[in-house]
Write a protein that binds this ligand. Structure first.
Ligand code: SF4
Ligand SMILES: [Zn+2]
Length: 340
């Protein structure tokens, strides 16, 4: 469809208007639940406003609208520390996740002074800290420095899929499965664990290929990641996925699909399998027929926190037959969705 996904993304990004924000203003902070040593515990997520992901500035990934949260003027180390201070007293989770809509370990985004100050403070508050990062920033030096402050550290990497073809040609992620493996091995040498984020149903593939790709990706990634979180692609503004969606050429995944994936991989790996169905039940988010979406999303969240596959036993809806037809027939429409 497009010769160069990066150029197409740049073209779309140029058309977006960025809202100017204070460099001391955090993107977000919320409380949730996570698994720690097999038990559900309170978790906090902090999303810092940085200058943004360097790869997004070159176009970046086809589904990623996070870059529009970036600051127009790059925040200094002190700005980032001020962002942290704005929520410091609300932190009450045993697990704290640090997101930047980019890479926390990229010094271009989070200068060392800010990184050290934040990790040092968190070492007194949380049992485990998870930092989101692209694999190229998972280096011996970065981990040595971070481990000075945090004993239990995890790197969360957006692997998306174990298929290099899909990661490059559908997502434009610009790294290979081997890069993820190397990052995970580097992490392991430093006593740091790895979490892999996978992406169900990137653009340009049909529902059945997306399902098969996720099952394979979970099995491929599990030897390198203690936790695997499957993100269900949602339609974020200012992305190729958004352009396709508006042309009726993209539909987010069915919730039946993620349930089927979990059923197929459950018990086959030593990894914890999670999924948080963001925006479930809306046209721009993962959905079934809209009548059963709420029950499905609840069950998926419950599975993530219990790892108990029986939570899906009571789920049913007449839209299952339609979903089965979609799996069977969507490939014949050359990737265009059969139904919305
Ligand atoms: S998905 Fe991650 S790597 Fe890709 S552009 Fe967005 S923030 Fe950057
Ligand atoms: Zn339904």
């Amino acid at each position: 469809m497009m010769e160069n996904l990066g150029e197409a993304m740049m073209e779309i990004r140029r058309r977006q208007r960025m809202r100017p924000r204070m460099p001391t203003e955090l993107v977000g902070f919320w409380k949730g639940e996570d698994l720690l040593d097999g038990k559900p515990v309170r978790s906090n997520t902090i999303v810092f406003r940085t200058k943004g992901c360097y790869w997004a500035q070159k176009g970046g990934c086809t589904m990623c609208g996070y870059t529009y949260d970036a600051a127009v003027t790059p925040p200094t180390a002190d700005d980032l520390i001020a962002q942290y201070r704005s929520v410091e007293n609300s932190i009450d989770g045993k697990v704290v996740k640090l997101f930047t809509s980019g890479s926390f370990l990229d010094k271009g985004e989070v200068p060392e002074k800010a990184r050290d100050e934040i990790l040092s403070s968190l070492s007194k508050k949380a049992s485990k800290v998870i930092v989101e990062t692209r694999p190229e920033f998972v280096t011996d030096k970065a981990l040595e420095e971070a481990k000075k402050y945090v004993e239990r550290l995890e790197v969360a990497i957006g692997l998306e899929t174990s298929s290099d073809k899909i990661r490059i040609e559908c997502i434009n992620k610009n790294f290979l499965f081997m890069d993820f493996v190397k990052a995970s091995e580097t992490a392991k040498r430093h006593g740091v664990t790895t979490k892999a984020y996978l992406l169900l149903k990137p653009p340009f593939i049909d529902e059945k290929d997306a399902l098969d790709d996720m099952v394979k990706s979970v099995l491929d990634a599990a030897p390198y990641a203690g936790t695997i979180s499957i993100n269900l692609c949602n339609v974020q503004r200012g992305t190729i996925v958004d352009e396709l969606f508006r042309k009726k050429a993209y539909r987010p995944p069915w919730l039946w699909t993620i349930v089927e994936i979990i059923r197929r991989v459950h018990g086959k790996t030593g990894a914890i399998i999670m999924s948080d169905p963001l925006a479930a039940g809306s046209p721009r988010g993962p959905h079934n027929c809209y009548r059963c979406d709420h029950a499905f999303a609840d069950a998926i969240r419950k599975y993530s926190i219990t790892q108990d596959v029986s939570v899906f036993d009571g789920l049913g809806c007449e839209c299952r037959l339609t979903w089965e037809k979609v799996l069977e027939l969507e490939a014949w429409t050359f990737g265009a969705p059969l139904l919305y």
